[in-house]
Write a protein that binds this ligand. Structure first.
Ligand code: GDG
Length: 488
């Protein structure tokens, strides 16, 4: 409701790669609709429903093209038809080069500081540009005078400037969900100026943390002689246009997760342990990640193996549950990681496991929310150890699900979430295996009053700055920036 009030008659035109509703054919030929899954989609969807917005996204469902009208539009959700979903169609080559190629083998690794993992191919760049052009055309097509255009993520680095050319007065904003690297890393990108110029087509550009904002401003400062970077006012003037750059740390639906975790009671936990063969006399640690090389899963498994090696008292006393979600498997780095993780789990379990105890329980199954939040509620420790991560929502979900306030979050200082939790989390550097082991030991033996104090403070932070606070904050800043722009 608040986000609606903030919008005050303006309507959102959201642009994202993934769509909020996907139409697919069942085996019997009937059409099913998949619902918003991720936190962000689920958070923006209600605002779209209340304010009759338009959402532009790639139509990747096999029934998508059969439900749209002649303008590639369909009203969603099916039961209330509250807003417009505009599909953009991509060929298989486009998906390969724009999505798996430039987005996920160039921008993804580079923004996480992994210059050595980038794969530059000419067609990646040309298709990225063409697909951005296609989306930009759809935006121009759907645009209304009261639209706030909101781009999501690194798939659309060029589209803002393209839209600006067609609609000089449109209000454009963008949220970049992954880190922004320092200039010294970013300058290795062959088309780095074009990408910066693309993003400077926005009126407002948001990142998770101040640090990423600073990095972005540094890049602009270094790349363009004629750009004026005003750090106090957090804005850039380039090519006759002003872009505000601010941090908005994305959050989660705290109330919903806290309340859903209540469904996972003691009885649920007993059943869960039984089904995975986890004894009731062990402490439980948990890791929940997409299988991505930025998440530091092998490093985490190394630290655990070291713990069981150097502190044998934890054998048969600690079980680690790792949920890994298959991701981007068309890319070889991802397939290699999946193998590496499976091999490490097998090796560690062979080495330390006994008849009554499996050190690491590993699953790639999609867990229903009750299981996910139940795991977070009942585990003693969560291991969130990315090598680098824009935010990491799992850290926040863990905290929200900790309704009994007695678990410990072990958190990498390389995650955006660490900017918010600081040393209320047990802080680690995922590359420092000795310290990782020491901090694990500390987390597993922390006394109850310290556990509660830390957890309470982290919970307060997420409760105060939840997904809806983030939405309000983003949209009210947009209104301010727009107002200033139109009156200056
Ligand atoms: C990018 C940035 C940034 C995972 N397994 C299951 C499941 N999940 C859900 C988690 C969480 C989400 O997936 C993962 O979100 P993250 O934030 O951890 O990571 P990325 O996918 O890398 O996201 C990241 C984010 O964008 C938002 O800006 O925080 O830094 O990399 O919500 O709960 N959900 C269910 N079952 C599973 O098995 N239901």
């Amino acid at each position: 409701d608040d986000a609606e009030t903030v919008l005050d008659g303006d309507s959102l035109l959201v642009v994202s790669n993934r769509q909020p509703y996907k139409h697919s054919y069942d085996e019997d030929g009937s059409i099913t609709v998949d619902r918003p899954a991720g936190g962000l989609t689920a958070g923006i969807d209600p605002v779209m429903q209340e304010t009759d917005g338009t959402w532009i996204a790639w139509g990747d469902g096999d029934a998508d093209s059969d439900v749209v009208d002649e303008h590639d539009r369909v009203r969603v959700p099916p039961e209330s038809e509250a807003y417009t979903l505009r599909r953009v169609w991509l060929t298989e080559d486009e998906v390969d080069d724009y999505y798996y190629g430039y987005s996920n083998q160039v921008l993804w690794p580079l923004c996480h500081g992994g210059m050595w993992k980038t794969e530059f191919a000419d067609e990646f760049w040309t298709q990225y540009r063409d697909v951005n052009e296609t989306f930009a055309e759809a935006v121009v097509d759907e645009y209304d005078d009261d639209s706030l255009v909101w781009f999501q993520d690194y798939h659309f680095g060029l589209a803002p400037q393209m839209v600006r050319e067609g609609l000089p007065d449109a209000f454009l904003m963008h949220f970049w969900h992954i880190p922004w690297p320092g200039w010294d890393t970013f300058r290795s990108l062959p088309n780095c100026e074009e990408l910066l110029a693309g993003l400077l087509g926005n009126d407002l550009l948001g990142f998770h943390t101040d640090w990423y904002c600073e990095n972005f401003l540094d890049c602009v400062d270094e790349a363009f002689e004629n750009a004026f970077v005003d750090r106090d006012q957090k804005r850039v003037r380039h090519d006759g246009h002003t872009t505000h750059v601010e941090s908005f740390p994305l959050s989660i639906d705290y109330d919903e997760i806290t309340s859903k975790s209540a469904d996972a009671d003691e009885e649920w936990f007993e059943e869960f342990r039984r089904s995975y063969g986890i004894g009731d006399d062990v402490q439980l640690a948990v890791g929940i990640d997409r299988l991505d090389y930025t998440k530091g899963i092998p490093e985490r498994l190394d630290a655990l193996a070291r713990l069981w090696e150097e502190h044998p008292e934890w054998r048969e006393k600690l079980t680690f549950f790792q949920k890994g979600s298959e991701s981007r498997s068309r890319i070889s780095d991802y397939r290699e990681l999946q193998e590496e993780v499976e091999e490490a789990v097998t090796r560690i379990n062979r080495r330390f496991g006994t008849d009554d105890w499996t050190p690491i329980v590993y699953t790639e199954e999609m867990l229903p929310e009750t299981d996910l939040y139940g795991l977070c509620r009942h585990s003693d420790v969560a291991l969130v150890s990315p090598l680098r991560d824009g935010m990491n929502l799992v850290a926040k979900e863990y905290v929200a699900a900790q309704r009994d306030e007695d678990g410990v979050l072990v958190l990498s200082d390389q995650a955006g979430a660490h900017e918010e939790f600081g040393d209320d989390a047990v802080t680690i550097n995922p590359h420092d295996v000795d310290d990782f082991v020491e901090q694990l030991q500390y987390a597993l033996t922390m006394d109850e009053s310290e556990r509660r104090e830390r957890m309470r403070r982290m919970r307060q932070r997420v409760e105060q700055y939840d997904l809806f606070a983030w939405l309000r904050d983003s949209l009210s800043t947009a209104r301010d920036v727009k107002h200033r722009r139109d009156t200056e």
